[in-house]
Design a protein around this ligand. Sequence first.
Ligand SMILES: C[S@@+](CC[C@H](N)C(=O)[O-])C[C@H]1O[C@@H](n2cnc3c(N)ncnc32)[C@H](O)[C@@H]1O
Length: 291
Amino acid sequence: MATAPVSRRSAAWKLCCGALLLGLAPALSLAQPKLGDEAYQPEVGQPGKDVVWVPTPDEVVKAMLDMAQVTSKDYVVDLGSGDGKIAIAAARRGARAHGIEYNPDMVALSKRNAERAGLKNVTFVQGDIFESDFRDADVITLYLLPSLNEKLRPILLDMKPGTRVTSHQFDMGDWMPDEVRELDGRRALFWVVPAKVQGDWSVQIGTGPRAETLKLSLTQSYQKVSGRMVWGTRDAALDQPSLRGGRLVFTALDANGQRNRFEATAGHDGRMSGTVIGPNGQRRNFTATRS
Ligand SMILES: C[S@@+](CC[C@H](N)C(=O)[O-])C[C@H]1O[C@@H](n2cnc3c(N)ncnc32)[C@H](O)[C@@H]1O
């Protein structure tokens, strides 16, 4: 069975195990997992590399996949996949699913579980989540520890805007969840990876002689944005800016003080484009680049 002897002995590791098991006590009472098969019977709380194994109860798995709105179009990756139950549940919804698990016995068990379920759209690999490439995922699922979630946070935030992330029980530090569901003492948390839009932008509305160029300044803390737009001689704060994944929406005042609604798609790559809807409902295309 795979363990990390050094971390296993360390005080920090014991603290982490204690925290997880403490946080998991209600889950243990809820969960009625099928623990292993004839070839291997894992024990709840057995050591893992960075965190012990405890399976997510079925109702929490369902809530996580519901919040992420997993469909057959998605590629779902469970980080620290244990006996494979989250990835298998995602595959049952038709998604392509994948689990990364450090313990080879658990990997073998999860493969047998998938085979018994007759699923061909789920794979498992033995590996360390901190050394694995899962950038292609549309949905990431986690049941780790707060410290591990925070260590993963910059990697998750670099994933494509709109990637959905759902965690059983533990948060992401100061990256607030978009949704939390409480389930009989357990929590399912959900985030959407926001585009990186912080900074100054030059916005061009339309083309040709009637094109207008505006200045947009955005301040961002994860999915929360605020900002200002300079439109002619008017410099005004954006009204009700919202950012979900790569979709940025806000209202700005034009030079005449009229309200214009901007609906944009933004990437991490310093590009933004979309539609601006004027006070009379007229629509014009715009593009924006970092200035
Ligand atoms: C709390 S269990 C969650 C299992 C499963 N995701 C679920 O929710 O039912 C965490 C799992 O992560 C595995 N794990 C711990 N550190 C890991 C690492 N660095 N890379 C891959 N797996 C790891 C453990 O072996 C364990 O199976």
